[in-house]
Design a protein. Structure first.
Length: 113
């Protein structure tokens, strides 16, 4: 089975963390851009930022849901892989090869017959 499925838990964990950071950035985007009022020096730029935030809110909401799902799936992969690895490590003790059976000594009385 291991030949059919492999997961780099470290990569999955890092990807989940990266997606969480992206999700956090998207969530605060509207607030961050609203804070730009009066700082851009251009009413046209501020109007464009307002339109962007307003017109992209549905897309950002959908993207947020997709990111949340992807993060959950990656975390499930990490947790599941760790659980399987732990169960296998606990269930499969190192197999110590048993000594090969040596031929039993033949009693002297049995050879005399």
């Amino acid at each position: 089975m291991a030949g059919l499925f492999a997961a780099d838990v470290g990569v999955a964990r890092q990807l989940s963390s990266d997606l969480s950071s992206i999700r956090t950035s998207l969530t605060s985007l509207g607030t961050d851009l609203s804070g730009m009022h009066g700082q851009t020096g251009s009413s046209e730029v501020e109007a464009a930022l307002d339109r962007f935030v307003r017109n992209s809110s549905d897309s950002r909401g959908n993207l947020d849901k997709l990111l949340e799902r992807a993060i959950g799936l990656l975390n499930g992969l990490v947790d599941g892989t760790d659980a399987v690895d732990t169960a296998l490590a606990q269930g499969l003790d190192p197999l110590v090869p048993s000594p090969s059976p040596s031929p039993s000594p033949t009693p002297a009385s049995a050879t005399a017959l």
